[in-house]
Design a protein around this ligand. Structure first.
Ligand code: HEC
Length: 221
């Protein structure tokens, strides 16, 4: 009797342990499957990531780099277009004619220099554009850019959509470039090319002065 009881208890223990063991094995398998499944899903998601999101990512990096250059490089220069800067600590001038002088590029020029290199990669293109452009390369081109620029100026919001250029489909997004500092307004309003081309256009603080256009080519359907 005692022996039978002991056997019963022992068998119970074995059963419990086996069940627990099987449960653990199942749990590990499920985790492995869901993890590898998750991995596959992620790679599919990144292959099919929404172009809108890609454009937002690219824009975030571009805007951050431009702000960082303005804040941490240009702001440290002692001179900006011939005018002394209060907080400047470096004996260098940030000037449009940086190549002719010993200066450093303005933020918009730095942005363009970067875009010229990146645009050669063939992955996507980006550019600063404005209806009141100083640099001719910044004129809005084609119907999409014209419409996008008008809408962005009217709403202050990004404009996104699809366009076809030379048989290639693109997802394009235009992000407003606003006069966030007094320097944006003064420099543009007093620039000789601006005065000559747009004598009646006086930028004001917070106004949309142009935009950053990003074009992402889409794989053929
Ligand atoms: C010290 C002068 C100066 C300051 C300050 C300045 N810009 Fe510019 N900006 C320029 C010049 C010069 C260009 C043309 C650059 C080039 O040759 O690519 C330009 C280009 C641009 C363009 C592209 C259209 C065009 O005119 O060619 C936009 C949009 C723009 N700036 C917006 C801004 C905003 C917004 C700010 C403030 C955050 C700002 N700028 C500050 C001088 C300035």
């Amino acid at each position: 009797m005692n022996f039978a009881n002991e056997l019963e208890t022992w068998l119970d223990r074995v059963r419990t342990r086996t069940v627990a063991f099987i449960a653990i094995v199942i749990a590990v398998c499920v985790t492995a499957v869901s993890c590898s499944g998750g991995g596959a899903d992620t790679s599919q998601a990144s292959a099919g990531i929404a172009p809108e999101l890609v454009a937002d990512y690219i824009h975030t990096v571009l805007a951050a780099d431009r702000t960082a250059y303005t804040k941490h490089v240009v702001n440290r220069a002692q001179t900006l277009e011939g005018k002394a800067k209060d907080n400047g600590v470096l004996t260098v001038e940030a000037t449009e004619g940086w190549q002719q002088t010993d200066g450093i590029p303005l933020p918009a020029q730095m942005f363009r220099l970067g875009s010229e290199i990146a645009n050669e990669s063939g992955y996507f293109t980006y550019n600063l554009i404005s209806p009141w452009y100083i640099n001719d390369n910044h004129a809005p081109k084609g119907d999409f850019e014209q419409t996008a620029m008008d809408e962005t100026i009217a709403t202050g919001e990004p404009y996104k959509g699809y366009q076809e250029v030379a048989g290639q489909q693109y997802f394009s997004a235009l992000y407003p470039d606003k006069a966030v500092a007094e320097a944006c307004v003064t420099c543009h309003n007093t620039h000789p090319i601006h005065l000559e081309r747009y004598p009646d256009k006086l930028f004001e603080m917070d106004e949309v002065m142009g935009g950053i256009i990003i074009n992402i080519p889409l794989a053929g359907a």
